[in-house]
Ligand binder design. Structure first.
Ligand code: RB5
Length: 151
């Protein structure tokens, strides 16, 4: 049977063009399909636009997972989290990235181009992708997060 190719949407503002391209190449070198919805110029732009694009691509199923990068990872993750069904986590190190998958079933990984170097960013991404959601008791908590969206 043919193996399904993982599709990752990646979005960024002007602070993260270079790191986005490094991560994009890194993912593509692993055979992952990358959908780029970020800006490709260094002209100042608004991170919420790109956080929403990443969030919508994940929530609609166009992409399996998302990666969102701005200066800190904070603004773009806040924006992505406003899209229903998105669980975006800012992770500046691999431990949080791993646990964000195992316990929170994060579907968008965010980090800051002004916070982490490119090798750390690659390690964060790889750790996040390798980790698996544990389900079980964590599902109730994830369900409780999404119940907030209905209130
Ligand atoms: C842009 O200067 C910066 O504010 C943005 O990249 C991000 O860090 C926001 O959270």
């Amino acid at each position: 049977m043919e193996e399904k190719v993982l599709k990752i949407v990646i979005g960024n503002d002007h602070a993260a063009v270079e790191l986005k391209n490094i991560i994009r190449e890194h993912l593509e070198s692993k055979g992952i399909e990358v959908i780029n919805v970020g800006t490709d110029t260094n002209d100042s732009c608004d991170y919420p636009v790109y956080g929403e694009k990443v969030g919508r691509a994940v929530a609609s199923g166009e992409a399996d997972l998302g990666i969102a990068i701005c200066g800190t990872g904070v603004g773009i993750s806040i924006a992505a989290n406003k899209v229903k069904g998105v669980r975006a986590c800012v992770c500046s190190e691999p431990y949080s990235a791993k646990l964000s998958r195992m316990h929170n079933n994060s579907n968008v990984l965010a980090f800051g181009a002004r916070v982490v170097g490119s090798e750390m960013a690659k390690m964060i991404v790889d750790t996040w992708l390798e980790a698996e959601y544990e389900g079980g008791r964590h599902q109730r908590r994830v369900d409780l997060i999404h119940a907030i969206e209905e209130k």
